[in-house]
Design a protein around this ligand. Structure first.
Ligand code: DUC
Ligand code: ZN
Ligand code: ZN
Length: 488
């Protein structure tokens, strides 16, 4: 038997902290040797002149998920994970979504079943909680967390998903007690609803009004309120898809006060603006997501937030819907902006677009690129060091980049099932040409090399990010003294 299943020779490796030249020896899916690797190997890849980075981890994706409004994502676990792999991502984290009235054990089992026979790369789940009944809180959430789904997601908006402040406090308390991290979609529901109704009543229904009605203040207010709730519960939170100057400032200020508040931004907030929703007729529907893309100042704030560590993760929020009756245009030409399925695709192009615009432009080092696209996702969500780095003992999830390759994005080149990409027409430089998952070549020479169903579920536990600060919260102590201790 050979010493290695595969050796990658002459690699220039970039991790989140350093760049160096090395060989990489792989056995049974794991990196077992680095440096000058000698010994026999069944297979070899010469990576001379290429850049080898940890495969991307996309910690915010919607795959084969039924939305609360009844729209099914255009991607199942096969098309989504194939698309991810072509773009250099080797782990997806998507949602098992509870809707009101659904039981959590069935929800989680259902998503396991959807993914198991289809995923071509490894995957984990977060749990969307929409119905925090006493049984959900006391029985089902702890069981789901113990089963490896150790991050929850809550919504502060959307009629059928949103939670009020008391419900949020209930869930944060359970998450704190059982070691789960709570992700939150933070937008003020009333502000958006009030404005949307008035705008639609006046006959203004085009996609561009979506960008205006999801006001900047709606995001900032909800983030501010959430942070106050998290501070009372002494529970860490991660605010997803942050898009505004003021929202980022709220997170920065909370972190400066020592609170465990994490933040995420996405390609649509770095590379798109509200002008994209104002393309002729209904074409802007292709760019409708919540929160919406903003303006150049907000884009700059998102870059600054990533660079100074206010925002730790850059995810796609891949929410795939086709530009037809199945998603973006449920009422055809008469679709109003309130009816357009929310979300943009981004799983495949998340990394290449950032590589061009970030590393290529000199805004980011390759190490910062690795950090915000892979390593911090693994660290925050409990996958590190199995995933998110290149080191002996880590899974051989690797993307071998041709940093010189230039191409122009087309709708046809993307492997998801959406039919368009918001980034069509962009010129890119740098592309992940060979992609490995647990040492197996998934993508090479522009082709998929594996069968559906090889991806494995990643159970997560013991999240450091979810550990409470353990601060004394005077009001909570008082409550305990009055005979109501919280489960701590
Ligand atoms: N907004 C969400 O909250 N989820 C999916 C996509 C989107 O645009
Ligand atoms: Zn959201
Ligand atoms: Zn989302």
């Amino acid at each position: 038997m050979a010493d290695f299943d595969l050796v990658i020779r002459n690699a220039t490796v970039a991790t989140a902290s350093e760049s160096f030249d090395t060989d990489i020896g792989i056995r049974s899916g794991v990196i077992t040797a680095m440096g000058k690797v000698s010994g026999t190997a069944d297979d070899q890849i010469d990576a001379s002149g290429k850049l080898v980075m940890p495969g991307g981890i996309d910690s915010h994706t919607h795959i084969e998920q039924l939305s609360a409004s009844g729209y099914m994502n255009a991607d199942d676990f096969y098309s989504a994970t194939v698309s991810a792999a072509f773009g250099g991502t080797t782990t997806t984290m998507s949602f098992a979504a509870q809707h009101r009235g659904m039981q959590i054990p069935e929800v989680v089992a259902d998503y396991h079943q959807r993914a198991a026979g289809k995923a071509v790369i490894d995957y984990a789940f977060h749990l969307i909680v929409a119905d925090p009944t006493p049984e959900t809180l006391t029985r089902d959430l702890p069981a789901a967390i113990a089963g490896g789904v150790s991050s929850l997601k809550l919504y502060m908006t959307y009629d059928r998903l949103m939670m009020d402040d008391r419900q949020i406090l209930d869930v944060l308390t359970v998450a704190r007690a059982h070691g789960a991290l709570t992700m939150v979609h933070a937008e003020n529901h009333g502000m958006i609803g009030w404005m949307s109704q008035k705008v639609v009543d006046a006959g203004n229904t085009l996609p561009r009004y979506h960008a205006v009605c999801h006001t900047r203040g709606a995001e900032a207010e909800a983030i501010h309120r959430l942070i106050a709730l998290a501070e009372l519960a002494d529970a860490p939170v991660l605010i997803v898809h942050v898009s505004t100057v003021d929202g980022i400032e709220e997170i920065r200020a909370a972190r400066a006060r020592g609170l465990k508040v994490y933040g995420e931004t996405c390609p649509q907030y770095l590379f798109l603006t509200s002008d994209d929703l104002d393309r002729g007729g209904l074409d802007g529907a292709m760019f409708c997501c919540s929160p919406p893309p903003r303006d150049a100042e907000a884009q700059e704030a998102c870059w600054a937030g990533l660079l100074d560590g206010t925002l730790q993760v850059y995810s796609s929020d891949h929410a795939p819907f086709r530009f037809d009756e199945s998603g973006k245009l449920p009422n055809g030409e008469r679709t109003t902006f309130k009816e357009i399925a929310n979300g943009v695709p981004g799983l495949e192009l998340r990394l290449p677009v950032l590589f061009t615009e970030g590393v290529g432009s000199g805004r980011l080092t390759v190490n910062q690129f690795v950090d915000i696209t892979s390593t911090q996702h693994a660290q925050i969500y409990g996958l590190y060091p199995k995933k998110g780095t290149i080191a002996v003992g880590s899974d051989a999830d690797l993307a071998i980049w041709d940093v010189e390759r230039e191409l122009t994005v087309t709708n046809e080149m993307v492997h998801d099932n959406v039919g368009y990409t918001p980034y069509a027409g962009r010129r890119l430089r740098g592309w992940p040409e060979t992609v490995l998952s647990r040492g197996e070549i998934v993508i090479a020479d522009g082709e998929l090399r594996v069968d559906r169903g090889r991806g494995q579920f990643l159970a997560r536990s013991g999240l450091e990010s979810a550990e409470p600060l353990g601060r004394d919260v005077p009001e909570i102590q008082q409550m305990a003294a009055w005979g109501t201790p919280l489960e701590r």
